[in-house]
Ligand binder design. Sequence first.
Ligand SMILES: C[S@@+](CC[C@H](N)C(=O)[O-])C[C@H]1O[C@@H](n2cnc3c(N)ncnc32)[C@H](O)[C@@H]1O
Length: 286
Amino acid sequence: MVLAGQEGASTNMRTQRTESRDLLHTRTNMADRKDESWRPQLHAFGQGSLETAKASIRRFLDLQSGSIWRDVSSELPHVRGRALDVGCGAQPFRSLFDQSVQYVGIDTIYARMHFGYHLPDTVYYDGVAWPVDDGWADFILCTEALEHVYDTDHFLAEARRCLAAGGRVLITVPFSARWHYIPHDYWRFTPSSLKKVLTEAGFSSVVVYARGNEITVACYKVMALIVPLLLPQGKGRVTAVMLRLIGIVLAPVVLMLAVCGNLSLRGRGGDDCLGYTVVAQGGEPR
Ligand SMILES: C[S@@+](CC[C@H](N)C(=O)[O-])C[C@H]1O[C@@H](n2cnc3c(N)ncnc32)[C@H](O)[C@@H]1O
C-alpha cells in the first residue's frame, strides 16, 4: 500500500539518482587513460658544464626534483663501498657519490618503452628478480620508482636480500604529484604505509622525512599550471604560440613561486608535502 505523498517522494529520489548518474557519466573514465596530456622533460643524459647548469636551473624551477636533490645530496657523498641505484632512469644522482664508490644502476627492460630512459651503463632486467647477488650492496638508492612498481612487497624483499649487513636504503616517493607515466603509476604512500611496508620487509630504524609543506605544495601546483603553457605539448602551431605568450606573461609569477617554494623547503616538512624521503637500515642478512 502506498501512502499519500510517498509516491511523489520516491519519484523525486529516482530523478535525483538519474541526475547524479548523468553527472558521473559526463566525466572521463580515468581507468581507461593510456597516456598523459603533458609530460615533463626527462632528466638530461649528458655531462659537461652546460648540462650541469641546465640541471641546476631545472632543480630551481622543478620543486620535486630540487627537493629530492637536496635530500639525497646530504646522504650520498657519505656513502662508501658498493652502491646500487634501482630504477635509476637517467642516473641523475650518480655524480653525488664519492669517486671511490662502486656504482651499479639497474632498471627494467621496460624503462625505454614506458619511461623513455635508456643508458648504456645500466643493467636492464625483467623487473622482478634483481640481477644482484645476496648482500652485495652497502647502500641502495631508489628515487621516484617505488610508486611505479605494482608488487612493492616483492620489490622491497629484493632490496632486503641485496643489502649487506648494516647497509642502508634511501628511497624517495612522491605524495602531492599528479598521476604520471600513465598508466605505469600505481601508488601514493604515506609515512604510515612506508613505515609498515619497510618494517614488514625486514628493514629497521625507518625514518620518513617530508619534502616541503603546504606552502611548497601550493607553489608547486600553481607552477604546474603555468609551466605547460611555456612548454606546450600536442597543440597546433597557433594554439602553441598563444599558450607560450600567456606563459611568458606569467613567467615572473613562476619565478616568484620558485623562490617561495625553495625557501619553504628549508622548513621541517608538513603533513601536506611534495613527497617523502625514507632512510632505513638493512640489519643482518636473512
Ligand atoms: C620516474 S622514473 C625515476 C628514475 C630515476 N630514479 C630518477 O629519480 O630520475 C621511474 C623509474 O623506475 C623504473 N622502474 C619501474 N619499475 C621498476 C622495477 N620493477 N624495477 C626497477 N626499476 C623500475 C622505471 O623504469 C623508471 O626508470
